[in-house]
Design a protein around this ligand. Structure first.
Ligand SMILES: [Fe+2]
Length: 298
C-alpha cells in the first residue's frame, strides 16, 4: 500500500479489526492499493477505514473494486439509497440487535458486509462485531462437540416457480424436483406443501481461512425474533436454549463496539465476522449505509 501515506494498525485482542487511516487528509479512499487492502482483508477478516472522505459515489466505487454484485436486504425498516437497491440504510429503528452474519439463513449469504457512517448517533448506537474464529476458539469443549456434530436446517414454504427460477430449469416439474435436492438444499412435499430447506453446519470454514468459525442465524432468530423453529437442528428438533444462551454469552464477551465517526467505512468478511448493535438513544441522528456483496475472484 502507499504505506507512507496511511497508518495501518493491525488487530489486537480488544479491537479485532484492522484500522487504516490516512496520514494526510488529501489521500482519497480510491487511491488505496486494492491488492494490499485485499490481502489485509483475507488475513484478518475486517477493516475499519477511518478519516477518509466517503460519499455515496465513493462508497460504491470503492466496493466495486472488491465485489462483483450485491444483494438487496429485504428485511423491513431500511431505506433504499440507490435505484438498483444495492445501497440501503441499516435498520432505522432504535433497538439492539444480537450478533449475526448478514442473511446467513439463505444459501446466497453475501461474502462481504459493508457499512459507511454518514452520521453517528450521539447516544450509544455502536455497531458491534465479533470474529467467528475467535468465538469458535473460545467455546468450551462440550459446546464445540455439539456444534461439530449438528447442522442447522432452515425450512420455508416455496413454489415450483421459485424452484424453477432458482435452479435455472424453466420446465421443471414437481415430480423431478426431488432429484435436485443436495446436502445443502432439500426440496420436498410435506402434507401437500412444497418446502425448501437450507442446511448448513453449525461450525464452518470462512472463505479465506482454514480455521473453524461460528456464525449463523440461530441467535438472531431466537433472541431477536423469538422464533424457535427457524432454524432447527438437522433432524427438525429445536436447538436447546442452553446452547443458544452459551453461544450468545461467549460471542458477546468477545464483541468489539465500533464507536462510529462520520465517514467511517467498515469492510467485514461476512463468512467470518458477525455484527450487531447496541440500542440507539437518538436514532434520528444515525445514518449508516450498507452494501452486501459477493467477492471478486482474485
Ligand atoms: Fe445485519
Amino acid at each position: 500500500m502507499t504505506t507512507n501515506l496511511v497508518n495501518i494498525q493491525l488487530p489486537v485482542l480488544e479491537r479485532p479489526l484492522v484500522q487504516i487511516e490516512p496520514v494526510s487528509s488529501e489521500l482519497e479512499l480510491l487511491k488505496l492499493e486494492t491488492e494490499n487492502v485485499l490481502s489485509l482483508f483475507k488475513q484478518h477478516g475486517g477493516i475499519l477505514f477511518r478519516g477518509f472522505k466517503v460519499d455515496l459515489s465513493a462508497f460504491s466505487s470503492f466496493t466495486d473494486q472488491f465485489c462483483t454484485h450485491y444483494v438487496s436486504n429485504e428485511s423491513p425498516g431500511r431505506e433504499m439509497l440507490s435505484e438498483d437497491g444495492r445501497i440501503q440504510t441499516v435498520n432505522i429503528g432504535e433497538r439492539h440487535f444480537p450478533l449475526h452474519p448478514e442473511m446467513a439463513r439463505e444459501p446466497w449469504q453475501p461474502d462481504v458486509a459493508w457499512f459507511n457512517c454518514e452520521s453517528p448517533a450521539q447516544i450509544q448506537g455502536e455497531t458491534n462485531v465479533c470474529d467467528g474464529i475467535a468465538a469458535a476458539k473460545a467455546f468450551p469443549k462440550e459446546l464445540t462437540k455439539f456444534l461439530a456434530k449438528n447442522k442447522l436446517a432452515h425450512t420455508l414454504p416455496t413454489t415450483l416457480a421459485w424452484c424453477a427460477n432458482y435452479l435455472k430449469k424453466p420446465n421443471l416439474t414437481i415430480t423431478e424436483l426431488s432429484k435436485y435436492s443436495t446436502d445443502e438444499l432439500r426440496f420436498e412435499i410435506k402434507n401437500g406443501e412444497l418446502l425448501r430447506t437450507y442446511i448448513r453446519p453449525m461450525l464452518h470454514k470462512p472463505m479465506f481461512s482454514e480455521e473453524w468459525a461460528y456464525g449463523n442465524f440461530l441467535v438472531f432468530a431466537r433472541k431477536q425474533l423469538g422464533i424457535r423453529n427457524f432454524p432447527t437442528l438437522g433432524d427438525g428438533s429445536e436447538v436447546p436454549d442452553e446452547i443458544v444462551d452459551e453461544i450468545e454469552r461467549i460471542s458477546n464477551s468477545l464483541a468489539f463496539d465500533i464507536k462510529w465517526q462520520k465517514n467511517d467505512l467498515v469492510m467485514l468478511d461476512n463468512t467470518r465476522f458477525m455484527h450487531g448493535r447496541n440500542p440507539i438513544g437518538d436514532p434520528q441522528n444515525r445514518r449508516i449505509y450498507t452494501q452486501f456483496g459477493y467477492i471478486k475472484n482474485n
